[in-house]
Design a protein around this ligand. Structure first.
Ligand SMILES: *[C@@H]1O[C@H](CO)[C@@H](O)[C@H](O)[C@H]1NC(C)=O
Ligand SMILES: *[C@@H]1O[C@H](CO)[C@@H](O)[C@H](O)[C@H]1NC(C)=O
Ligand SMILES: *[C@@H]1O[C@H](CO)[C@@H](O)[C@H](O)[C@H]1NC(C)=O
Ligand SMILES: *[C@@H]1O[C@H](CO)[C@@H](O)[C@H](O)[C@H]1NC(C)=O
Length: 520
């Protein structure tokens, strides 16, 4: 019977692994900081490879230059006294031989490409390099940071993130890619901001070959974005500025007359997506703008009632709210334990999935960007200890609950508003162990900026604190889902956010919470 408790988590895991392979053959690069570390090693390899290429070029250049010097010397000498030189049979013979044979060899030498090996090396490394899908995801992530926290493009580009200045900035190429891709995604408002920034940066810094992009090209895309936003007159201005640099550019001239016609006939594109007015509750929470709770916020006490263990080692407990019942425990994990958890999670991190009621399966979705890995309760002495601690904290029996889930969030990593409960009857996912009665969420890291856990319906935001744990009940006493538990993980602005969570299932809690009715 004991083995049956693994069945569901195992099924879920298999399903998740299979789906991962199906949905995303390639790795998803930006969704975890831990997963991106290897990109830097890869970049180092690519730079070394380019240095090898430079060496080869230099060697060839050296050979060519030395040969030119000696050839020129001989030729100059001969031309100084042409007749005398050529009257000597040795000189004539040598000249004829040189002209016929050596220059054939030089022709072949010039034709022989430098860098084939290095080209192959890049091709070989390509399979581990970010794909265009990765770039699109990274663009979406940066855009998410911008919109969630209401940041200005120019500030981001200059390294000012939500009021904190970093010694990092974006280049004209970075901002151009943001603009281009947001344009392709139909997000013209955001695209226009980035394209404008790219033009500003191009005025100040030149992009060197072979990566250069022409200003005309960027201005053209910017004008297109303005047209999509029905700012036809502004688009015309941009094209006119571009024409001042390149008066005969045929594409620009055509665009100019096209826009002039549009203005004359008052042609409008479909109404662009309007920027939302009032800031959503969720975003306010992420920004730390929820009002403090009326009763002076939190109640702290040592909790030693749930289990005999806690009498010996009481936990620092803070009551966050009663609907849903939510508590925060401080200093639950030691630094050594956190390090061990991160170490064991890193190799197995995979893009996180979400259960989709429609398909009855776990799938990769845009609304959840992090990497995750699961550990059975008996995986190691640490997981055994951790589960015991969860039981002590919550008073719940973990038999039949889900495996420990370890997660790392990457660039702008987030999890949109969601409930943890399934609210599914007659579904395989809740058949054996019931719904998720409670969520226990360990914060394994501080997050420098962003990354709060926000409960918009109860105006509560919890900011990650290394070693602390938040626990809340997802179900009401009657076993029905509590919609006040709606929550989200705000995008990380700066930091590597690590969390570990345990979803506790309801079935085994019948005796500890007798008022809980079994649902059929
Ligand atoms: C900022 O970074 C640059 C190079 O990355 C460095 O030369 C400069 O000293 C840094 N400035 C500060 C204030 O740290
Ligand atoms: C201790 O925590 C448990 C579970 O969170 C809770 O049921 C109990 O009421 C708490 N005890 C005190 C004294 O707060
Ligand atoms: C739970 O499911 C029931 C039945 O399908 C539905 O009526 C109810 O609205 C759902 N509740 C939530 C919070 O999704
Ligand atoms: C439950 O799983 C079984 C076997 O995997 C499958 O045949 C059945 O359709 C599933 N039922 C539901 C409701 O998803």
């Amino acid at each position: 019977m004991r083995s049956s408790k693994w069945l569901l988590p195992l099924m879920l895991l298999t399903c998740q692994v299979l789906l991962h392979r199906l949905v995303k053959g390639e790795e998803s690069h930006c969704t975890s900081v831990a997963g991106m570390v290897k990109l830097l090693d890869l970049e180092a390899q690519l730079i070394d490879n380019l240095a090898d290429y430079a060496d080869e070029l230099e060697k060839k250049l050296d050979i060519v230059k030395r040969s030119i010097a000696s050839m020129r010397l001989e030729n100059d000498r001969a031309r100084g006294s042409t007749e005398e030189y050529l009257s000597n049979p040795l000189n004539s013979f040598s000249l004829i031989r040189r002209m016929n044979r050596d220059w054939t060899i030089w022709q072949l030498y010039i034709d022989d490409p430098v860098g084939l090996t290095q080209m192959e090396k890049i091709q070989e490394l390509r399979e581990h390099m970010p794909t265009s899908t990765d770039v699109e995801e990274a663009v979406t992530a940066l855009d998410r940071i911008q919109s969630t926290y209401g940041l200005q493009v120019a500030e981001i580009a200059h390294g000012l993130l939500d009021g904190r200045q970093y010694n990092v900035s974006l280049t004209a190429l970075d901002t151009y890619a943001m603009g281009q891709i947001l344009f392709d995604q139909g997000n013209y408002w955001a695209a226009a901001g980035w394209l404008y920034q790219s033009i500003v940066l191009m005025e100040v810094y030149t992009i060197s070959a072979p990566l250069e992009v022409s200003k005309t090209e960027v201005r053209m895309v910017y004008a297109e974005a303005l047209l999509k936003l029905n700012q036809n007159a502004d688009a015309l201005k941009v094209v006119n500025i571009a024409l001042a640099d390149k008066p005969h550019d045929i594409k620009l001239l055509l665009k100019k007359s096209e826009i002039e016609t549009m203005i004359r006939t008052d042609t409008k594109n479909q109404a662009p997506k309007v920027q939302q007015g009032a800031t959503e509750a969720y975003k306010m929470g992420c920004r730390g703008q929820f009002p403090p709770s009326v009763d002076g916020r939190l109640h702290c006490r040592y909790n030693s009632t749930t289990s005999p263990f806690l009498i010996l080692a009481p936990l620092k407990m803070e009551l966050v709210g009663l609907d849903p019942y939510m508590v925060l425990y401080h200093d639950v994990l030691s630094a050594a334990e956190i390090k061990e958890l991160q170490g064991m999670a890193t190799p197995g991190l995979k893009r996180a999935t979400v259960f989709q009621a429609a398909s009855g399966r776990n799938e990769v979705v845009k609304t959840r960007t992090s990497k995750v890995t699961w550990f059975p309760d008996s995986y190691s002495p640490l997981t055994v200890r951790l589960n015991a601690r969860i039981s002590d904290m919550t008073g719940f029996n973990l038999y039949g609950s889900e495996m420990l889930q370890l997660m790392n969030y990457g660039l702008g990593g987030h999890y949109d508003k969601h409930y943890d409960f399934f609210n599914q009857t007659n579904s395989n996912i809740t058949l054996m162990s019931g719904d998720r009665i409670a969520t226990v969420l360990f914060y394994l890291s501080d997050v420098e900026q962003g990354g709060a856990t926000v409960f918009p319906n109860i105006q509560t935001a919890v900011f990650p604190q290394r070693g602390s744990v938040i626990m809340w009940y997802n179900l009401n006493d009657d076993g029905k889902p509590n919609t006040q538990t709606l929550h989200a993980a705000c995008p990380v602005i700066v930091g590597s956010k690590w969390v570990c969570n345990k979803w506790i299932r309801e079935r085994e809690q019948i005796f500890s919470r007798p008022c809980l009715k079994r649902r059929k």
